[in-house]
Design a protein around this ligand. Structure first.
Ligand code: CP
Length: 339
């Protein structure tokens, strides 16, 4: 069976710890030969700054090569429905794309955000799953409905800053954004924070902003296993009080997928969720982070972003190191055993 990197919950805690350890080694010594003569296809259906640059640079630093493809822009549009009569825009089917790329490349990585029309369809993660089904090489999730590479970079930053994470208070706060955004990073933050044994509070305007039950349940299961906890709050001051970590993200309320006008009133009335100095003053001198990109003075104030407690740049740097660890791991012979 091919080993993929689709979600961190597919990995054991031992595997996650080993990836973080390897990422730490790459942070100390950037160049390697783990990808010598190897290639990775980076398939982007959506824009990127950090993911694209860190994967391209990371592959090069390990002696490999990355090719970037943007279907519908510089590559043919792709059909995903099985049995489709392909008389629309897409020129080829994922079954050919994934198998051809597998003949050229040693790894395939895919970014495919939800379509934001019907969450019941988006939650199936069809694009990523189709690549994993048809590819004959490992597939990496570059952000679909979760963002596991961001999770590892976030966990690495948290460990660097705080050391032992068990028992620390972690607030995942919804923030305002003019448009409803993907829940992927919020899902992922919930997964990795609960996996690491943190006491997690999900802060959001009301119950419509709860994450998909699949991730709420996985978060609860992770917390039960790791000795952490998961609770929900709609009260800003209570949630921030005593926090050791504040992680911010905006996302669209799932009940309004495809009917966003219905969400607008709550969204516009919730601009005060922006992370600012007053809220951070309630914390236990918390560190703040965000996956980036971030709209300043909308999601977080200039004062928070420019403070020493903001670790978003460190987290972004760690993307490079953890992804090199992931690529190296996936290219290892599969007979290697891990605890
Ligand atoms: N955080 C993140 O994935 O950044 P990009 O969207 O720029 O890749």
């Amino acid at each position: 069976m091919i080993r993929h990197f689709l979600n961190t919950n597919d990995l054991s805690r031992g595997e996650i710890d080993q990836l973080l350890q390897q990422a730490g080694a790459f942070k100390q010594s950037r160049l390697g030969t783990q990808m010598a003569g190897r290639t990775i296809a980076l398939v982007f259906f959506n824009p990127s700054m950090r993911t694209r640059s860190s994967f391209e640079i990371g592959a090069w630093q390990l002696g490999g090569h990355a090719v970037v493809l943007q279907p519908g822009k510089d590559a043919w549009g792709i059909e995903f429905n099985p049995g489709q009569v392909m008389d629309g825009d897409p020129e080829e089917h994922v079954s050919e794309v994934a198998r051809v790329l597998s003949r050229y490349c040693d790894l395939i990585a895919v970014r495919a955000f939800p379509k934001f029309v019907d969450w019941q369809i988006d939650r199936e993660d069809r694009v990523l799953r189709a690549f994993a089904e048809y590819a004959t090489v490992p597939v990496i999730n570059l952000e679909t409905i979760t963002h596991p590479c961001q999770e590892l970079a976030h966990a690495m930053m948290l460990k660097e800053q705080l050391g032992e994470l068990r028992g620390k208070k972690y607030v995942l706060t919804w923030t305002y954004h003019p448009k409803p955004l993907n829940t992927a990073v919020a899902n992922s933050a919930l997964l990795i924070a609960t996996r690491m044994g943190l006491d997690v509070t999900l802060l959001c305007p009301n119950a419509d902003y709860l994450l998909d039950p699949r991730y709420m349940q996985l978060g609860a299961d992770n917390a039960a296993e790791s000795g952490g906890s998961l609770q929900v709050s709609h009260d800003i001051d209570t949630a921030y009080r005593g926090a050791d970590v504040v992680y911010a993200k905006s996302w669209g309320a799932l009940p309004y997928f495809g009917a966003w006008e219905g969400e607008r009133a709550v969204r516009e009335a919730s601009r005060h969720f922006m992370v600012d100095e007053r809220k951070m003053a309630l914390t236990n001198n918390a560190i703040f982070s965000h996956c980036l990109p971030l709209r300043r003075n909308v999601k977080a104030s200039d004062a928070v972003m420019d403070s020493e407690r903001c670790k978003a740049i460190d987290e972004a740097e760690n993307r490079l190191h953890v992804q090199k660890a992931v690529m190296s791991w996936l290219l290892e012979p599969q007979t290697a055993t891990r605890s």
